[in-house]
Write a protein that binds this ligand. Structure first.
Ligand code: SF4
Length: 360
């Protein structure tokens, strides 16, 4: 383990430049190295053939390239979803998911090991917060999946990135924003902001701050209940930031950014899938530029709730649509490998279908 060694993916371009300048390297070396890191996704230092051998040796001795190590991988039975269990340098584990369907190749990445938000139906919430990820650990998940795709899918890389894996992205604000900016940097990975979505369970001050960042990144708010009495039970952060405050900051977000918000709603049979909740939701969001995504609950071992039946999902959606609220029913993906929303939980009991190669 080499905790404390500089991880190149934790550095901004300016920090990388300063590091190389402190080694007496000319300024253009920083852009060469940046190019290897974010455009060519070099597998190791040896591949960086336009850097002098001496510099490559020093980089190998004093810094690290990839720090995430693949521990296990599972593929869903339909072949469309892959879940990776990745070890961090200090031994903590996270999960990243690659979803490939409808011509999209979406990376669902983690921002924390575990999560402190405690949403009752969520396997990650049931673990508690272990630690925040660094910006490099967030970025690396994306680059890992991109490299995999580029080698296996004739250079067709990721089309979308969602920060919806383990953790609450806005509770790890600085690292999440640094990772976002690095992934979008036009001189590097150059990923389009509009193809990125950040999800939050409703951290009001952080949403307010995020809305001032001037980013074209999508925001999805996990709502799950439209009355405080119910939301307090299933999304405990609601006790600190109740619905009135949350909806006020959502309205400000839309007014300030002009962007359409997404509300996420996991439909739990007999809990939040009745007509009263659908009507209350319609009242909450009326007049707001938004879209509601409902998805029948993905089961987790620590919560007894079950997914709503098809009839109840359809009835819930019909109420929203009658009220003029755009609503999509999301298809549950990767359920057989527990890679669906709210199911991520690092347990080394993941069945390893093939020997796990180490990430370089
Ligand atoms: S749903 Fe999101 S915010 Fe809530 S516990 Fe799970 S990971 Fe954390």
């Amino acid at each position: 383990m080499d905790v404390g060694v500089t991880s190149l993916y934790d550095l901004s371009y300016d920090e990388l430049k300063a590091l190389l300048a402190s080694w007496g390297e000319p300024a253009y070396r920083a852009s060469q190295l940046w190019n290897w890191l974010y455009k060519r996704l070099a597998p190791d230092f040896d591949a960086m053939t336009d850097l002098p051998a001496q510099l490559r040796q020093r980089l190998a001795a004093e810094t690290r390239l990839y720090r995430l190590r693949l521990v296990a991988e599972q593929q869903s039975s339909d072949g469309e979803t892959r879940k990776l269990l990745l070890a961090l340098p200090d031994g903590q584990m996270i999960e990243s998911v690659l979803m490939g369907y409808s011509r999209r190749r979406t990376a669902c990445i983690s921002t924390q090991a575990g999560c402190g938000m405690g949403c009752v139906f969520c396997a990650t919430g049931q673990m508690g917060l272990l630690r925040n990820l660094s910006s490099g650990e967030i970025v690396e998940q994306v680059l890992y999946l991109e490299r995999e795709l580029r080698t296996s899918e004739r250079e067709r890389g990721l089309t979308n990135i969602v920060f919806m894996g383990m953790g609450e992205p806005l509770a790890n604000y600085a690292a999440t924003l640094a990772a976002l900016r690095r992934l979008m940097d036009p001189t590097g990975f150059n990923f389009g902001a509009r193809r990125i979505t950040i999800s939050t369970v409703g951290l009001v001050p952080a949403i307010e701050r995020f809305s001032r960042e001037g980013l074209q990144v999508g925001l999805a708010v996990s709502l799950h209940a439209a009355t405080d009495a119910l939301r307090n039970q299933i999304v405990p952060i609601n006790r600190r930031y109740p619905l009135a405050r949350l909806m006020a900051v959502c309205r400000d977000y839309v007014a300030r950014t002009g962007r359409r918000l997404t509300f996420e709603w996991a439909l739990i049979q007999g809990v939040n899938d009745g007509p009263e909740q659908a009507e209350a939701l319609a009242r909450l969001v009326t007049g707001l530029l938004c879209h509601v995504n409902v998805i029948p609950l993905n089961p987790t071992r620590g919560y007894p709730g079950s997914p709503s039946t098809r009839e109840r999902v359809a009835a819930f959606r019909a109420i929203l649509e009658r009220a003029g609220v755009p609503c999509t029913v999301r298809v549950r993906r990767g359920i057989d490998i527990e890679a669906g929303c709210g199911q991520l939980r690092t347990e080394v009991e993941m069945q390893v279908s093939s020997p796990a190669p180490a990430a370089t």
